[in-house]
Design a protein around this ligand. Structure first.
Ligand SMILES: C[S@@+](CC[C@H](N)C(=O)[O-])C[C@H]1O[C@@H](n2cnc3c(N)ncnc32)[C@H](O)[C@@H]1O
Length: 238
């Protein structure tokens, strides 16, 4: 994905910085990014495969470091191939999972879950998270989802997570969370520029940003758990 898609778009970074407009496939179409990308099955699979590579080490670290003992159900929102659910399922046999993504992605997730031998524990659920409520679960995860959206949409997704969780439940956002001073996590800052190129008004965020939005939505406390390299799990408890 970096070679085939993103590299040429970064040539227009100056234009993105001057205009605040996306510089990818949607530059001239004005259509929503995922509708455009997913209209071509080859590009859809290229994107979900690329996300599998980008996220694997973070998901393994999350499965190893987060305390899952008091949670029984997990819903992964924007779960793509179902990779996060598969990895956590292998480490934590007491949990049941829903991996939720757009209907066009569901068959890909079902195929990967079957291949992993986890069809009995992970359900691939078709969900448009912009228009629908999230399924109820003790733990709601979102891997690199919030950074794809503008501030208003980020807050709407956090509010949906809050409504789907019981008291004591948790929202986990796995992202390249930027340090609060915006000085050390260069990869997170670069990823934020990548979101400018991909979406225009989307951006990566600091732990303090996440905490502020979650407390405003009604969560009681937040913490940041460091994962692989520049990535962290930003966690909000209801
Ligand atoms: C950046 S990828 C992250 C994939 C995966 N969570 C990870 O971290 O590797 C964003 C995901 O959000 C999904 N997505 C985008 N818009 C969506 C929507 N409206 N409803 C549900 N899923 C959506 C995409 O299909 C894609 O799988």
């Amino acid at each position: 994905m970096a070679n085939a898609r993103l590299y040429p778009f970064w040539a227009d970074l100056t234009s993105a910085l001057r205009t605040g407009e996306p510089q990818n496939e949607i530059r001239h179409s004005g259509e929503p990014m995922f509708d455009t990308l997913y209209a071509d099955p080859a590009r859809l699979e290229q994107f979900t495969d690329a996300m599998t590579g980008v996220s694997m080490a973070n998901f393994e670290a999350f499965a190893a470091r987060f305390d899952f003992t008091r949670f029984k159900t997990m819903a992964d929102i924007g779960g793509a191939t179902g990779q996060l659910s598969c990895i956590v399922a292998r480490h934590h046999p007491h949990l049941a999972f829903s991996t939720c993504d757009l209907p066009v992605v569901q068959p890909i997730a079902e195929r990967r879950i079957r291949a992993a031998g986890l069809a009995g524990r992970i359900e691939a659920v078709p969900l448009d998270f912009l228009t629908e409520e999230f399924p109820k679960a003790d733990l709601i995860t979102m891997g690199m989802i919030l950074h794809d959206w503008n501030l208003e949409q980020k807050k709407r997704l956090i509010a949906k997570a809050w409504r789907a969780l019981p008291e004591g439940g948790a929202l986990v956002a796995i992202e390249n969370v930027i340090d609060d001073a915006r000085r050390t996590n260069a990869f997170g800052l670069l990823m934020s520029l990548n979101m400018l190129i991909e979406f225009g008004d989307a951006f990566d965020f600091t732990g303090a940003d996440f905490t502020g939005w979650c407390l405003e939505a009604g969560f009681s406390r937040c913490e940041i758990l460091s994962l692989a390299g520049p990535a962290s799990a930003a966690i909000a408890y209801k």
